[in-house]
Design a protein around this ligand. Structure first.
Ligand SMILES: [Zn+2]
Length: 315
């Protein structure tokens, strides 16, 4: 059974202590908006109220596409979030698929992720990996004694930058960043260091697991914003789990096709757009997201008021 309408998903918010005031004005702190994920509920239309997991169970490949099904079966494979960082997030690391299966149980997935910087205060920084030539022993000792930030690779970033972090890369986001994050659907995060914040039931450190999965030889390069133009499409990251692209246009429509291969998760990050398929059209404003089912086929993105930019995640 084909699915041929654009799916708006209700964002779900998380109020972690490091959050800010940009994602949900009036609710401070709001740290994360989960905009596409298996538990997200469809906002309108025939499938209104169902979660993406429900829609996967009912429609399978029509939603996900051939490529996603061949890789991860019927589970919705990606999680897309917006993060508003007013303080440092915990320094953390994720296992890969094999490590997740060993450390957490059969069938558990690891997590590879990518960040795209939406807004950055002038001195905003993040941590992506370790300084060159950090040995495995120094890594393990400094995780155990809480001095890991001395060996962490800090990087200044600005709006438009992208960072790709394979599982095993030590990472943290710093204050002043608004981030788009795409990642594998997985719950496994090991907290390496939490900047001296008290450990609580829900914010524990995971010292031994962190030592097992952090790669001393990994640091993630900052990928600078590509030059973009009228109707341009740039691949920012392509890996075995997802592809992240930046689409931008001023006046030309951008024509896309899901080809039954993959869904497209589209998030407008600048301007306003009109989406047009053979069956319907809809408008999307800044920071709004829509999921295009794999069976929808061809559609167009048209700018509404001049320049617009869209991030597209797919598998
Ligand atoms: Zn992470």
């Amino acid at each position: 059974m084909a699915l041929n309408s654009f799916l708006r998903v209700d964002p779900e918010y998380r109020d972690y202590i490091w959050g800010g005031d940009r994602l949900r004005p009036g609710h401070v702190p709001t740290a994360e908006a989960w905009v596409v994920w298996e538990g997200g509920r469809i906002k309108e239309g025939e499938l209104s109220g169902k979660t993406l997991a429900d829609v996967c169970a009912q429609y399978g490949e029509a939603l996900l596409g051939r490529r996603a099904v061949s890789r991860t079966g019927m589970r919705f494979p990606l999680l897309v979030k917006l993060l508003d960082c007013a303080q440092w997030l915990s320094l953390q690391v994720h296992p890969n698929d094999e490590q997740a299966a060993v450390l957490e149980g059969p069938g558990q997935f690891g997590k590879t992720e990518a960040w795209h910087v939406l807004e950055a205060k002038p001195d905003a920084k993040l941590i992506a990996g370790l300084k060159p030539n950090t040995s495995a022993d120094v890594l393990a000792d400094s995780i155990r004694n809480g001095t890991i930030t001395e060996h962490s690779q800090y990087a200044g970033v600005s709006a438009g930058d992208t960072v790709f972090m394979p599982a095993g890369t030590l990472h943290a986001l710093g204050p002043g960043l608004l981030i788009y994050e795409v990642q594998q659907t997985s719950d496994w995060t090991y907290r390496v260091y939490d900047w001296g914040r008290p450990e609580t039931e829900t914010r524990r450190l995971h010292i031994e697991k962190s030592i097992q999965v952090t790669r001393a030889d990994l640091s993630a390069p900052i990928i600078p914003a590509p030059a973009h133009g009228d109707g341009s499409q740039h691949t920012l990251v392509r890996c075995e789990y997802f592809t992240l692209e930046l689409l931008s246009t001023v006046s030309k429509p951008i024509e896309l096709d899901t080809n039954n291969e993959t869904f497209h998760a589209l998030t407008v990050i600048e301007g306003k757009v009109k989406l047009q398929s053979t069956a319907e059209s809809m408008q999307l404003g800044k920071f709004e997201t829509v999921l295009v089912p794999a069976s929808l086929g061809s559609y167009k993105i048209e700018p509404v008021d001049g320049e617009c930019q869209i991030l597209k995640s797919s598998v």
